[in-house]
Each structure stands twice: as structure tokens, then as C-alpha cells.
Design a protein around this ligand. Sequence first.
Ligand SMILES: Cc1cc2nc3c(=O)[nH]c(=O)nc-3n(C[C@H](O)[C@H](O)[C@H](O)COP(=O)(O)O)c2cc1C
Length: 414
Amino acid sequence: MGSLSGRRIVLGVTGSIAAYKSALVVRELVKAGAQVRVVMTPGAKEFITPLTLGTLSGQAVHSALTEDRDSGTWTDHVELGLWGDVVLVAPATAHTLSGMVEGRGDSLLLTVLLSAKCPVVVAPAMDRDMFTHAATTDNLETLRQRGVHIIEPDTGELASGLSGKGRMAEPDRIRQELTEWFRSQAPLMGYRALITSGPTREPIDAVRFIGNRSSGRQGAAIALELARRGMLVDYISGPSSIPTDHPGIRRVDVETALDMKAAAEAAMAHALPDAVIGTAAVADVRPATTISGKAAKTDLPDAISMVPNPDILAGINAVVSPECFKVGFALAHGNGQEAALRKLEAKNCDMIVLNSITDKGAGFEHTTNRVDFVYGPDRIDSFELKTKEAVAEDLANEVQRQLLLRAPLKQSGR
Ligand SMILES: Cc1cc2nc3c(=O)[nH]c(=O)nc-3n(C[C@H](O)[C@H](O)[C@H](O)COP(=O)(O)O)c2cc1C
């Protein structure tokens, strides 16, 4: 697995003589496992062709805000900004850096930078005197203060014939520094999580179903917290309106337990997770048959015969690697410790997060939760009532501790 495996990088290329090196930057990033989408300024096309960068990245290259005047098509800069885990501008000209500071939107790249929700990294490249000019120094300082990470240029011979600081960092240093920087921002970069969340709906007919009161709020909070720490999260959600917008979260929305199982299997066929968090309130049973269309009131059966649904979490836990940290959720009525211990074994989990609907403010339909982490009969850690986001942080701390113990070498770049 490459050090940037699965990362989505929007690479901005601007009109510097160093733009020819962006071909090598693309190669370095792709070799490290990243997906790269290139956005060029019109100026960059004077130095290197979209064909080169498109071929190396395996993706269409974008440079214009509008694509085809006749058909009215345009490049969705907002979509590009949201797609990336990071926007890397390499090389970054003095012109584009000043455009970033001013918040200008006169190139596709600048509009992507304005709409990006993800972090931004720049590798400036310019002549010595341009680099040391007060305007450039001030612009870089402003960007640094806004949280932009700057990959310092090298000192040496410059294309102008001058010698000094301003030469773009070599592509392998850009890749290394990007990896390092990612890791400092995101201690769990390089690890994957599989999270099931929300309720399932088991259809009786086309409009009626058997469901439950799970909102998906706790699972969403966990997914967001793990993604913020750098994990790639496969998030499989039953019907839930709770948003999970983060470039590190690959969300699949499903309805039934069988759909959820299939989606989990599809995610695992792609890559096995390092942590599994089964927060979904999966219906234990489903109607044995589904009435096609909407049954008239008078045609509704007096009784519905049910068949058991598969145990999704047990199925997942049976195929993951031994190092994988496996967490289940148990919702109890009253003291559920015995049920949690049974679940721990039956589902082959390492830990059960136990919450009780009889605890005030806990469980479904609340923004707060009160949980116990159940590892076994001799270890149960109890927590106070807190927001679901704070519970997600407690759980993420435990996931982090476990993963760095179980599979330390997976941490990216190690
Ligand atoms: C041969 C040549 C080399 C250039 N190299 C650089 C450079 O390394 N860094 C820089 O900031 N500008 C450089 N420029 C100037 C930029 O191309 C110019 O400022 C342009 O407007 C940048 O636009 P962009 O940032 O939208 O790509 C160069 C211009 C030419 C003609």
C-alpha cells in the first residue's frame, strides 16, 4: 500500500517554468497510491500540455471555467473542491498566490481553491527576486496564517540564470512532505474503517415497512471524527438524514438489512478495514414476503410471518484480519451488561459500546448519549452523559490507541 493510498489530491498547476516538473509530481503521487485530478491555469498550458498530465493522472484535466460555449457545459469547481482530501498547488506562481490571498476567482483553479473545504498545500516556484519581494513574502505569511501549508522552495540555480531561493521543491520532496504533513494533521491516515449506521427498513409492501427509531446520529459523529483523524471511512447507512460530508467518507445509502450486508461486502471486497464499528440498528427479522405494490387496507394480512435477518456484524468480523479492531453497539433496556458480554462473544467483537434506553438522555432520538465500553467481564469503562460528538471522540481515542498498537506500521509513510 502506498503512503498516500486512497487519498484524493486536486493538483493545481500554474504558469511557472517549473510546470514541467508537475508531470513528475503526478507520477510520484500516483505511485504512492493517490488519485489525482489536475486543474491547470491557462498560463500553465504554455509550459506543459493537458495531454501529458491527463495521461499520467489517468483523469481528465480541467483548466477552463466553461467547457463548451455551444453546449453551455462548465467545469464544476465546487465538486472538484469537495472531491479532494487536499488541494496541492505545485508549482504555485506569485500570481496565483496573490489571487489566493485576495480571494480572486479569475481562473478555474482559484475558484476551486475558494470552494475547497479541504486543506491546501502550496509549493511556490519563482525567480529569486520575485520570491523575496515583500508582496510575495506577505502573501505567503497571510496564507500560512490561514492554515495553508507551504512547501518551501529550494535554493540553487534558477531558470532565470540567477541563483538563490525560489526553485520548486523536487517532486519526491513534495510527495514526502505532503505525506508527513498529512500524518501530522491526521494520526490515523493510512487506516480504513467500515461503519454501519442508522436503522434498516424491512418492507411489508411498497409503502409500509418495519423499522426502528435509530437516527444514525451516533454513527455519523463517529464517521466524521475518524475521517478527521485521517481514516478512510466506508460508511454504510440505513435511511438517515444526518449528513456526513467529508472527503474521507465514502457513503453508501441502503434500505434493508440485506442491502446493508451487500454494501458491507462490496466495501470489503475493495479493501479490508482496520476497524469495524457496527452502530447500525439492524432489524433482527424481516417479513418473509413483500407484497408487490401498495396493498389496499382490506388486503393487508392479519399477521405477517417473519424470517431472521443475517447478523451483519458477525459476518464482517469473521473475515477481517486478526489485527482489525472490532466494535459493536448494544442498546439495552435497563442494565445491559450481560447482554453486552453475550454480544461481545457472539459477534466476535473486541469491544461493545453499551447504551441503555432507560438512561436519561441516552440512546435513540437524543443528541446526547451515555455509554459503557465493555471489553469483557473484568473491564467495563463507564462514561458520563455527553453529546454524541463527544462520545465519538472517546471512541475515536480508543480506535486510535488500538490501531497504533495493533498495526503501527500501517500508519502512512512508515
Ligand atoms: C518563461 C516564463 C516563465 C515564468 N516562470 C514563472 C515562475 O516560475 N513563477 C512565477 O510566479 N511566474 C512565472 N512566470 C510568470 C507567470 O507565467 C505569469 O505571472 C502568469 O500570469 C501566471 O498565471 P497563473 O498563476 O494563473 O498561472 C513566467 C513567465 C514566463 C513567460
